[in-house]
Design a protein around this ligand. Sequence first.
Ligand SMILES: *Cc1c(COP(=O)(O)O)cnc(C)c1O
Ligand SMILES: [Zn+2]
Length: 437
Amino acid sequence: MAHYELHCRECGRSWGNQPRSICDECFSPLEITYDYDTIRDSIAQGTFSREEIAQRPPNMWRYAELLPLPAGFEPRLPVGFTPLFRAPRLAARLAGTNDAQTAAQNLYLKNDAVCLPTLSFKDRAVAVALAQALAFGFDTVACSSTGNLANAVAAHAARLGLKAWILIPSDLEPAKILGTQVFGANVVRINGNYDQVNRLCSQIAEERRWGFVNVNLRPYYAEGSKTVGFEIAEQLGWRLPDNVVVPMAGGSLITKIKKAFDELIKLGLVEEKPVKFFGAQATGCSPISTAVKTGSTEIEPQKPATIARSLAIGNPADGHYAIKTIKQSGGWAEDVSDPEVIDSIRLLAETEGIFTETAGGVTVGTAGKLYRQDRILPEETTVLCITGNGLKTTDVLAGVYETERPIAPKLAEFENYLQQSLEVAEVAKEAAATVGA
Ligand SMILES: *Cc1c(COP(=O)(O)O)cnc(C)c1O
Ligand SMILES: [Zn+2]
């Protein structure tokens, strides 16, 4: 018997383990629950203690006891355990000069821009979903995607020898389309936004015996996201932060980081303390942040219009639970415009050397707003979740940088070029000073 199973989030009915995401009794979403007593025993016996976990290989499978993995599961990819580190130069810019030193001590980045194998946190969720897809006997997996999920499903399916069908909106970033095709997946571009693609995907799921990562495997998929939360706690020295800032699309990740922290508290692996959850969206697709800001508990669907395509879900499946997580924690949600997203991508790159995709720009821009609103204080330990890599969305920076005129391979030419560049920089500085005066 597995030590986990599906439970209805509302009526509590248990559904065992099967490819299913909705309760037939009350039509509410299903979620995995665990036999925590069994896990407590493992901790008491030292087989899942902090010390034992620290000895395990540096990837997300070190938290296997808290993931819904089939019996005898052998990981085939070292996913996760991405770096967590301080961001002092970014902190100084977000918190303002008076608070710069304090904020520099307390602001951290969780950098899933370098999550393997496909450079976004979606690899974590897919790794768990496909482990179950194999156990349920599917030979084909499928998903609807805003981009990163497509990359992750295609790569993991290739590794496991599964066939993959990936449905995407036709206007996705070229790098995300190519980064799906290269793994040999079948990519279907659809003239419609994500919400329309997702509806079609649900209809196909009624017809085909495939493992749909974000339909019939969704409860398993969602559990993989918890590993972001486990890692944050472990990397802070088995301590919870005061605040986390999380980008939101369907609203799943933010609720799963919360579930991860709650489980660690429940098992005594960290000390209980309040953590505020802050959600980040792009203003052009902000159904969750709008609900939080207007005090609503329900989502009003929107038509997405933003460059942050990985977050462009107008009718988020977990929106209701994301709102609840944010409100009950005493956190907040904000959103930023497309120009702010670009500025924030550049700010993170120029201050900390991290190149994130648009979703990361949304997170950094939102964090700046939250510092300015005094909702995040410089003395509080704050973690920004950077969830994806900038090399996948370079198209949004087209036109921001000029392609410089090439010069001859001669020292004199270089000296000349340098002189001119310094003069241009000086003029720009004077102009800025005049505007500021
Ligand atoms: C999917 C995605 C998110 C949001 O995830 P949800 O769990 O759907 O809210 C955030 N960042 C990136 C880069 C993503 O691809
Ligand atoms: Zn139910």
